[in-house]
Design a protein around this ligand. Structure first.
Ligand code: DGT
Ligand code: CA
Ligand code: CA
Ligand code: ZN
Length: 601
């Protein structure tokens, strides 16, 4: 197979990988003091590639197609072509060789600025993250100019987080890869049935160590063989009669198990995990005189192995109701199941509205009209257009004058959007002191106000907590957007007293957003669970900047479910009339609105 021979040598780059290279080039050019225009061109290319809906790898063979992408000139098209077709870029390699090895890697750790990174490489001889860790631990890093003990401690914390997650990928990357593998394998092995994702991805964990797939076939070996030969596979770690493990382009590992129909239930249960949930199940089986393994249950009278086609059937024998994969973490689900108190988890189909949507009025990619049309086409009943406030002058935020015009345009759409209700909204910046970008009388004209932090993220916890609570207490703020500002595996959360924040949100009737963008997933699962305990209610929003971003909703649902959230905890599951009634309710009474709703269920 010449195709897979070729792909064995060249790492298949996805759009994020390509974007990263151009962002790195921009960084190095900046360090070199190069022309502002050149730097801007590379920064722009990185942004364009990051948001490109098509896979660059699929068009990079065609330089003209690359040039047609807005924002990509001849020089960058040629470099992209070289990068994607050879896996290397001469220009980048030459540029990188002008700097100490490891500089980019070190600079990628939060709070390590360019000047410090250069000093670290030149004065301390740091070349790797391991070197960096040693220098942070022996105190030499803290002695660099403008660093100090406190900052060194922070950097060590970021570094440890980075190192412990080094071999995990975000679910936003893992799930699409799993889906691609499923699609390719169904085509290559038509005999495979019930092909499904298992492991941490089925539990919607925010990161995955590898991808686990499970299917049924009469001839399992034909399926594992077809799997090992898929075009996306770059290396085969092992292949046998019922299982195979491969590495695909981008470096992810996929484990496949193929079984007979009758074993599917027990194997899916085993292979979904979590490991800890599985261990508890086996203990429970043992107490009942049974033995649970990946094929089924043995014991009980005849000592024969009994197999199960569904997970439900296994749980039933163990005297348990079905426990959804998202909460199989051994974090109280058994006690809840036994007490008959499992949460009735919110579902994708429950969501009726999206209250955090951007357009090209700020940093979105398409018009209000296009976003509204897409939302309608996806069956939503209502959305809020929430472009950015003027803030720090970036993200093309709206001045008060432009906000007024934005409102007017939305009102026009409101009457034309064919059943879809479009709310006037804003994603208003929470400034460093907790005040908002717009005055209260401006906010009062809006239907939906999402207040978010986009700067000053390294404030001390006390300052940050007070800042956020101040926004929570504002009478016009509907919800706090992406509370911690973290990026999955990429940017640490702000430090704050989250319990105090959730208590304030609950008392004021301010909602907490579960931002569904797979890059953010913010609140994260554990925050949702804690916030819910403290009486907080939520919005699950996509924060869409383009029409295809509405797809992200499922990641928000997965996160909400991992946080044990029920439909009644999520306000945008309300029918539009009820949601409007919520918005018309003055803030102090919104907290009570919650109870009314709960009682009404
Ligand atoms: P990951 O890949 O690190 O994101 O996490 P998982 O949960 O997908 O773990 P993985 O891929 O190692 O294994 C998939 C499932 O198989 C896991 O969730 C539970 C089951 N499993 C794997 N190893 C063990 C084990 O040693 N004991 C038990 N009880 N189950 C295991
Ligand atoms: Ca896994
Ligand atoms: Ca695995
Ligand atoms: Zn935002």
């Amino acid at each position: 197979m010449p195709d897979s021979e070729l792909s064995k040598d060249i790492k298949v780059l996805d759009n994020q990988d390509v974007a990263r290279v151009f962002a790195d080039i921009a960084t190095l050019l900046q360090l070199r003091g190069d022309s502002v225009f050149k730097i801007r061109a590379y920064t722009r290319a990185a942004e364009v590639f990051e948001h490109l809906p098509t896979q660059i790898a699929s068009i990079a063979g065609d330089e003209d197609a690359l040039k047609e992408i807005p924002g990509i000139g001849d020089a960058i098209a040629a470099k992209t072509h070289e990068l994607v077709s050879t896996g290397r870029m001469t220009f980048f390699e030459k540029l990188r060789s002008e700097f100490a090895p490891g500089l980019l890697e070190i600079m990628a750790i939060p709070e390590v600025g360019p000047k410090t990174a250069i000093r670290a490489t030149e004065e301390l001889g740091i070349e790797t993250l391991d070197d960096l860790e040693a220098a942070l631990r022996d105190g030499s890093f803290a002695k660099l100019p403008r660093v100090g003990e406190k900052k060194a401690q922070n950097i060590l914390r970021h570094l440890e987080a980075r190192l412990s997650q080094a071999d995990r990928m975000p679910i936003g990357k893992a799930l699409p890869l799993a889906e691609q593998a499923i699609k390719e394998l169904k085509k290559a092995a038509p005999g495979v049935r019930r092909l499904t994702v298992a492991g941490s991805i089925r539990r919607w964990r925010e990161t995955a160590g590898d991808i686990d797939l499970l299917g049924v076939a009469d001839d399992p070996e034909a399926v594992t063989a077809a799997f090992a030969a898929l075009p996306m596979v770059v290396d085969v770690l092992g292949q046998g009669g019922t299982k195979a493990s491969v590495i695909v382009g981008g470096g992810a590992q996929i484990d496949l198990r193929v079984t007979e129909e009758r074993y599917f239930g027990a194997l899916l249960l085993y292979f979904t995990g979590s490991k800890q949930h599985g261990i508890r199940l086996r203990e429970r089986a043992q107490r009942m005189g049974l033995s649970l393994n990946e094929y089924g249950l043995t014991g009980g009278g005849d000592g024969e192995l009994k197999s199960y086609e569904t997970e439900v059937a296994v749980y039933e024998v163990l005297g348990l109701p079905y426990i959804p994969p998202e909460i199989r973490e051994d974090q109280g689900e058994f006690a809840a199941a036994i007490a008959g108190e499992l949460p009735d988890l919110v579902e994708l189909e429950d969501v009726k509205g999206d209250l955090h949507v951007h357009s090209d009025w700020s940093d979105g990619h398409v018009s209000i009209e296009q976003m509204v049309h897409e939302a309608g086409a996806r069956g939503l009943d209502y959305i809020a257009m929430t472009d950015h406030s003027s803030g720090r002058g970036i993200a093309n935020g709206l001045s008060v004058e432009r906000l007024v015009a934005h409102n007017r345009e939305i009102e026009e759409f409101g009457s034309r959007a064919g059943g879809l209700r479009v709310f006037k909204g804003s994603e208003v910046d929470i400034r460093a002191d907790g005040t908002l970008d717009y005055s209260d009388d401006v906010l009062a004209d809006l239907d939906v106000v999402i207040a978010s932090i986009h700067s000053g993220m390294s404030q001390p916890a006390e300052v940050m907590t007070a800042r956020i609570i101040k926004a929570i207490e504002n009478p016009y703020v509907t919800a706090i957007g992406h509370l911690t500002t973290r990026f999955v595996l990429d940017r640490p959360p702000v430090e704050a007293d989250f319990d105090a924040i959730f208590r304030a949100a609950s008392a004021n009737g301010t909602l907490m957003e579960i931002n569904a963008s797979p890059k953010r997933l913010d609140l994260k699962d554990s925050h949702v669970r804690r916030a819910r305990e403290l009486g907080v209610r939520f919005l699950i929003n996509t924060d869409s900047h383009d029409t295809d971003n509405f797809d992200s909703l499922r990641f928000g649902i997965g996160t909400a479910r991992r946080g044990w959230a029920e439909k009644q905890d999520v306000l945008n599951t309300l029918p539009v009339a009820e949601f409007e009634r919520f918005l018309r309710t003055p803030k102090p009474q919104r907290a009570a609105f919650r109870a009314v709703q709960a009682a009404a269920v």
